[in-house]
Design a binder for this molecule. Structure first.
Ligand code: MLT
Length: 269
């Protein structure tokens, strides 16, 4: 395990019971802790919810050139934050890029992870084609700003028809993405492109694991989640209807019901 030297000090939102067991919510790309608004506003009963802004997003500073752009570094930031808050172990819930970072946290700081919730994510590394696309996008963002990513993601991030069926959710998601700072977006694109394959570690995961995926997720489809469920011992899957890549925002009642039921089993185990 590497030390936390050189980590980025993160900003975070906190809610729920100050003395409760900890649920750490790790946001996706290019979002911030703001994407967990419904879960922050109505935290699971008895739980202390901590939602950090990852380096380069929300109110957290970007990584320095020295720290570089790696998901391992982002996982070290989370470990440092938990230690700063004197949290010994947390249920870690990572969505999409947040899931990639959760795998890195599990690899580098396993003692901090009490249970896992893997939302709309995948264990594989990028294909060569996807990696090239990310680096091209990073170059475009340097010229055109974050808007380049927003326009590429908006048509795919929510369930088809969401722009008409849930315009307020679409507007909220767009606003969160638009506020992502360019340097954070560029660093995260490089970090995701360089991430390792986490598939080999799935069979050795030995903490309670829940997999959640939106039925209509076009970015990390339900089929990927099913494969991951089969590979992780004892994992339970919840497919959230009427939701795409962000089920916690698109179908909050069913997302919360699934997550809260899992947390109850973790608390009693
Ligand atoms: C995310 O939501 O974090 C991204 O879609 C992940 C990715 O681009 O692979």
């Amino acid at each position: 395990m590497s030390s936390n030297e050189g980590h980025t000090a993160l900003q975070w939102r906190e809610t729920g019971s100050a003395t409760g067991d900890v649920l750490l919510l790790v946001h996706g790309f290019p979002f911030s802790s703001a994407m967990w608004r419904p879960q922050i506003e109505a935290p699971p009963a008895g739980w202390r919810v901590i939602a950090p802004d990852l380096r380069g997003f929300g109110a957290s500073p970007p990584p320095t050139a020295l720290q570089g752009a790696t998901l391992d570094g982002m996982a070290d930031d989370l470990a440092a934050l938990l230690r700063q808050l004197e949290v010994r172990r947390a249920v870690v819930c990572g969505l999409s890029m947040g899931g990639y970072i959760t795998f890195a946290l599990l690899r580098r700081h396993p003692a901090l992870v009490r249970a896992l919730v893997l939302c709309d994510t995948r264990p594989e590394a990028d294909t060569e084609e996807v990696r090239r696309g990310r680096l091209q996008m990073a170059a475009r963002v340097a010229v055109d700003g974050t808007a380049a990513v927003v326009e590429a993601m908006m048509p795919r991030v929510l369930a088809p028809g969401a722009a008409y069926l849930q315009p307020e959710v679409a507007a909220e998601v767009r606003a969160i993405m638009e506020s992502a700072p360019e340097d954070g977006v560029i660093a995260a694109l490089h970090a995701m492109a360089a991430r390792p394959d986490s598939t080999p570690m799935l069979r050795s995961i030995n903490v309670p694991t829940q997999i959640i995926v939106g039925e209509h997720d076009q970015i990390t489809p339900a089929g990927d989640a099913q494969l991951m469920t089969r590979a992780i011992r004892g994992a339970q899957i919840e497919i959230i209807p009427e939701a795409g890549h962000l089920p916690n925002l698109e179908n909050t009642p069913l997302f919360d019901r699934a997550l809260n039921a899992f947390l109850v089993t973790v608390a009693s185990s």
